[in-house]
Design a protein around this ligand. Structure first.
Ligand code: 5AD
Ligand code: SF4
Length: 497
């Protein structure tokens, strides 16, 4: 099982997809505590041990659960210490420069481990493997294996070859692979909440983003395998699943074709869309909560919002990244919507699901050509929407992306940082304001475990994804009603009623 830093990862998992935030001074201490997850010792006596360190988004953490499942079938147990491992894997993120630098630093640490244990196999998985391919083998002599996100079924073969002294690489990107038949080994689990990948890849080509190049074309996983996985989790005591994808609202599946681009070209094919999938999962049991991440403003439909409204167990929380509040910047970002469209989607959420529906965002400060006025429009959009939470970044140019090819990264770092700080300050104000609206209200809370700060307290979340801390001792996975008595910008505090 994996676990290292609960508090930081709680924040990361709220967003579901991305964990490596570009942090300013005051955020740095938290990031230093931990920005990756590792396997734990699973206590099973095996001849060979696997250690995985996972960086980046929730999708990567989910992929590590698939990888563990694949290698477990080959007789591997897991360990929490790289020094005890026979195979060390590092599942990497490329989304910002800083994420890749962290991985390079870890590889030099593993170099020391390998000096003491020359038989250990070291592999790089994920987005950085896909982006750099054979270059990684050339540049990092310690690396034996390089595998992209669609090549994990090849791991047993490549590990075997590496053990015989042969370096291996597979960065083939598939148009169909969804790992639908592989039962993930739950890592870092609290036994109550789990993630289910419903699709892979992204066809959006936002100009700043490396993901379409590292994770390939969009494809949707069979709804039957998703429902089966959710049902199995429920039967094992889990009470919340988060359906994961880079762009869940674009989910589209048919029995004959799961690749989105190819499916769109077919006529008269019976398809399952995201609203249909949500309904199928919601019907498993009213006591199973459903969340999802990430939604794209161009794709989120009223049909999805009405399905959310129909089922009490679909949580009233939407992560709807705006990226910028300015239409010119959004156009350069190739987001395919403008400020007016985004506001229309927010208005639809508010009119169908009400003001208490939680909304969060991703925001990038200092994208190419962004003026002070453009930046002010991001701040006014935040004021309009009243986000409960935002994941904030300054723009980091990524090689090979459309923006890197077409636009100059022309905003000086100090300006990017200043604007980012203004966005963070604004969000903190709004988060507090939103939490204060909950004072005196009573919410149904799913208990996730002990409070991170105090052994005597417990914590869980309400439907809108707000963390609520309260006194008492109740079993994990049970639902309680909690009246909110106090709050900070990050947390609600309350009493069981
Ligand atoms: N620079 C800064 N932030 C980025 N993101 C993606 N690519 C970049 C980049 N090049 C952010 C976006 C996205 C989130 C997952 O990461 O806000 O929604
Ligand atoms: Fe990247 Fe845009 Fe796809 Fe999100 S929707 S993964 S930002 S290309």
């Amino acid at each position: 099982m994996l676990t290292k830093c609960h508090y930081y990862f709680y924040l990361c998992r709220m967003q579901g997809l991305i964990a490596d935030i570009d942090l300013l001074e005051e955020e740095k201490n938290r990031a230093k505590v931990c920005d990756f997850k590792t396997t734990e010792d699973n206590g099973i006596k095996t001849n060979r041990k696997l250690y995985i360190e996972s960086y980046g988004c929730q999708m990567n953490f989910s992929d590590s659960e698939i990888v563990t499942s694949i290698l477990q079938k080959e007789g591997f147990g897991t360990t929490s210490s790289a020094k005890d491992a026979d195979v060390i894997l590092i599942n990497t993120c490329s989304i910002r420069k800083k994420a890749e630098q962290t991985v390079r630093n870890r590889l030099s640490y593993f170099n020391g481990v390998k000096k003491k244990n020359p038989d250990v196999t070291v592999g790089v998985l994920g987005c950085m493997a896909e982006r750099l391919k054979a270059k990684l083998l050339e540049e990092e002599k310690i690396v034996d294996l390089v595998l992209g996100p669609d090549a994990y079924r090849d791991l047993p073969e490549l590990v075997k070859k590496a053990e015989e002294g042969e370096k291996g690489i597979n960065t083939f990107l598939s148009r169909e692979e969804t790992y639908a038949d592989i039962s993930p080994v739950r890592l870092n689990s609290n036994g109550v909440t789990a993630f289910i990948a419903i699709m892979r890849g992204c066809d959006n080509m936002c100009s700043f983003c490396v993901v379409p190049f590292t994770r390939g074309r969009e494809r949707s996983r069979s709804p039957h395998s998703i429902v089966k996985e959710a049902k199995d989790l429920f039967d094992r005591g889990y009470r919340e699943v988060t359906l994961l994808g880079q762009n869940v609202d674009s989910y589209k599946w048919s029995a004959e074709e799961n690749n989105k681009a190819r499916l769109n070209k077919k006529e008269n094919v019976a398809t399952v869309n995201f609203a249909n999938l949500l309904e199928m999962v919601a019907k498993i049991d009213p006591k199973l909560r459903i969340r999802f991440s990430t939604s794209h403003p161009k794709d989120i439909t009223d049909e999805v919002l009405f399905t959310m409204k129909t089922y009490d167990n679909i949580c009233k929380y939407i992560h709807l990244p705006a990226q910028s509040g300015n239409s010119k910047v959004l156009k350069l970002m190739n987001r395919t919507y403008d400020r007016k469209w985004y506001i229309n989607r927010i208005n639809a959420i508010r009119s169908i699901l009400g003001t208490s529906c939680g909304i969060s965002s991703d925001i990038i400060a200092g994208f190419c050509t962004e003026t002070e006025e453009d930046h002010q429009e991001t701040l006014t959009l935040m004021d309009y929407v009243k986000y409960d939470f935002s994941y904030t970044f300054f723009y980091s140019e990524r090689p090979g992306t459309l923006a890197a090819k077409k636009y100059e990264d022309d905003i000086p770092l100090e300006v990017k940082k200043k604007r980012l700080q203004e966005i963070i300050d604004k969000q903190r104000e709004i988060s507090l304001e939103r939490n204060q609206l909950d004072l005196g209200k009573t919410f149904e809370v799913l208990i996730e475990g002990k409070s991170k700060r105090s052994e005597e307290k417990m914590q869980g979340r309400n439907s809108a994804n707000k963390v609520i801390v309260f006194e008492g001792s109740y079993p994990k996975g049970s639902y309680v009603n909690v009246k909110v008595t106090d709050c900070t910008a990050a947390t609600l505090f309350g009493k069981i009623v």
